[in-house]
Design a protein around this ligand. Structure first.
Ligand code: ATP
Length: 606
């Protein structure tokens, strides 16, 4: 049976119902019912790609972020550029409705406009038709052509359906159901298969029958693999205990882009963590790989860095994006050179080697990669931390024989201004998407409560004088990560911070957050996603409307943490200062209360 007849409206009904469901279990059940009753016997991929649009690599990118999508919709709806609805769409950050309630949520603002234009009657668009039209949207080059496709979509849908299509185009459905749960409900082996292929179509085709288990598939050259991840630990002792009795290697944690290099003869791919192929890295790097990787086929895992030849150090975060842009424009800065540090190898010749131990993979790395200083390096230990090495030669990898050695390596690495260390079990295999503790990362944020903590802005306080009426201080929150399978849903107020940023940095931050500030109307309670006390010092002037609109700040504090009665978290910081704004870190990676409490307790014990 094909999917020509299933209406997109049925999928929309499922989405709407999922929004009302309070538990993940209910949402999952709804998805199963959809697959069994509505979609049974059909090509699952055609529907699943609409449910997990961020994982669909079949049709390339639409080239439509909110702002371009807004102008295309204005054209598709035939709106005059200066009409109120056109202005609403283009200024979506400021909000559509008079109350501004939808501000910053493009899908809701567009739904509001579409409702006035489209009404409730569906044109009967089928899932098949929608996929065909989305294919067209992705292939069209210019805005006018894209607008024409959107216009045909509008004719075949109602406002509600169109709202979901907008969310599919923006690749974020906000269903409150994690990708992991969707995979598990689809088929018990779906996540495993996706992890080693990053191919949603293949997963849907191979795992049609959810009662039939599949043999685990191994990795292949040319297909990106989801990376082995590192577990956060708060101190060297925890890491050492977890790896008790194991052979341990400590490595410097380089701060660049995680890139998997797949070499298949002449063909070379540079896959990032979200399995995009970054062709811009090929410039200057492909030749190097051809010449210095001594096998026809292999997969390397490592960090792509930008080396500043003048300062003889790694360039600051952000330079990678700059260099990528320069490479796209055909320019390569002579000052900055791309440098790839190989810390693992996953495939050699015709065989996957992820099942071999890290120690065995290190010897393969030595055989396969001919290092070239400053350009292509391998991170393999040349003995222990105390072993002699030529003076001035930095030590980026060493075998550790005691917890004291791990601590010393960590201290030396931090003094060298590197990001932290990774502690690895030398006997472990490499497992896609695993964060169970084969690798552990130790960063200064997690070791002393008096150093950097990455926490989320949840509210703002107006300043006085020069900054009167403008936000100049922030209320910060820690994540309540009670369900690690999904993004944090609650944030616990933690401390108030005002200093550390230059005027320029503060202005840029406030401008970014402005559309999401909501006035704190007393005696109204805080938004439900925030947990606060009743203390008046804690009441900010504005709240951030939802955590996913917010930004993470790195906070330092000279003085130890103090027990808190003012804030909802059990401890706060005295004299906190903003050390930097983490635009690069997604909101959900905010430090969580549990880790923070552990960290305070362990540093108080020292
Ligand atoms: P973070 O923000 O701490 O980098 P992350 O979520 O991007 O975390 P994790 O798996 O938690 O990724 O931490 C390990 C990351 O550290 C890797 O993804 C990789 O990009 C980077 N890294 C740098 N040096 C190493 C190394 N020697 N071994 C493993 N990973 C390393």
């Amino acid at each position: 049976m094909t999917d020509t007849t299933v209406r997109f409206g049925l999928l929309v009904s499922m989405f709407q119902a999922m929004l009302r469901d309070r538990t993940a279990a209910k949402k999952r059940k709804r998805f199963r019912t959809f697959l069994d009753r509505v979609y049974t016997g059909r090509e699952y991929f055609s529907a699943v790609r609409l449910i997990l649009p961020g994982l669909d690599r079949e049709r390339g990118t639409y080239g439509l972020k909110e702002s371009t999508l807004a102008t295309c919709l204005v054209e598709a709806l035939g709106l005059a550029k200066d009409s109120p609805d056109a202005i609403r769409l283009v200024n979506w950050r400021k909000g559509g409705s008079r109350s501004g309630a939808n501000a910053g949520n493009f899908a809701l603002v567009s739904a509001e406009v579409l409702q006035r234009r489209q009404g409730m009657v569906s044109g009967g668009l089928t899932i098949r038709e929608l996929n065909d039209m989305l294919d067209q949207l992705a292939t069209k080059e210019n805005r006018g052509e894209k607008a024409a496709v959107l216009s045909s979509l509008i004719k075949k849908t109602n406002a509600l359906e169109m709202k979901w299509i907008v969310m599919i185009i923006l690749k974020d459905l906000k269903l409150g159901l994690s990708e992991k749960s969707i995979f598990h409900e689809f088929h018990p082996d779906a996540e495993d298969l996706f992890n080693v292929t990053c191919d949603l179509k293949l997963v849907c085709e191979k795992l049609k029958d959810h009662t039939q288990r599949q043999k685990k598939q191994d990795i292949e050259v040319g297909k990106p693999v989801r990376p082995q991840l590192a577990m956060r630990v708060s101190d060297a002792t925890t890491a050492w205990k977890k790896l008790s009795g194991k052979n341990v290697v400590v490595e410097c944690k380089f701060d660049g882009d995680r890139i998997q290099i797949h070499k298949n003869g002449e063909e070379i791919h540079f896959f990032s963590r979200n399995f995009l192929d970054h062709a811009e890295y090929a410039h200057g790097m492909s030749n190097l790989i051809q010449q210095n990787v001594l096998v026809e086929r292999c997969i390397l895992d490592g960090e792509m860095l930008v080396w500043d030849t003048c300062a003889q150090c790694f360039a600051d975060f952000g330079s990678n994006q700059e260099i990528a842009k320069a490479a796209r424009e055909g320019l390569e800065s002579d000052r900055q050179v791309k440098r790839y540090v190989v810390f693992d190898i996953l495939y050699v010749g015709d065989t996957s080697v992820i099942h071999q131990s890290l120690m065995e993979r290190h010897s393969l790395m030595r055989k396969v990669v001919k290092p070239l200083k400053g350009r292509l390096e391998i991170l393999v230990p040349n003995g222990g931390i105390n072993d002699h090495r030529p003076s001035g030669e930095p030590c980026w990898s060493a075998v550790a024989y005691s917890v004291e050695e791990v601590e010393r390596f960590f201290k030396d690495t931090i003094e060298n201004r590197d990001e932290g260390i990774v502690v690895k079990d030398l006997g472990s295999k490499w497992e896609p998407s695993d964060r169970s503790g084969k690798w552990m990362k130790l960063k200064p944020d997690y070791i002393h409560a008096a150093s950097d903590l990455d926490v989320l802005i949840i509210g703002g306080y107006f300043g006085s004088g020069r900054r009167g009426g403008e936000v100049s201080q922030f209320l910060l929150g820690l994540a309540d990560h009670s369900d690690p399978a999904s993004y944090p849903k609650r944030f616990i107020s933690f401390c108030r911070v005002g200093s550390g940023l230059s005027d320029e940095e503060l202005n840029a931050l406030v401008a970014k957050l402005n559309p999401y500030f909501r006035k704190n109307e007393y005696p109204k309670r805080a938004p439900r996603c925030y947990e606060v006390t009743n203390n008046s010092k804690e009441r900010p002037d504005v709240w951030i409307e939802s955590p996913d609109k917010s930004v993470i700040l790195s906070i330092t504090s000279d003085i130890r943490t103090v027990k808190s009665e003012v804030f909802a978290a059990p401890y706060s910081l005295r004299f906190p200062r903003i050390s930097r704004v983490r635009y690069d870190k997604p909101w959900h990676e905010c430090l969580d209360v549990q880790s923070f409490v552990e960290l305070v307790q362990s540093s108080n014990g020292n």
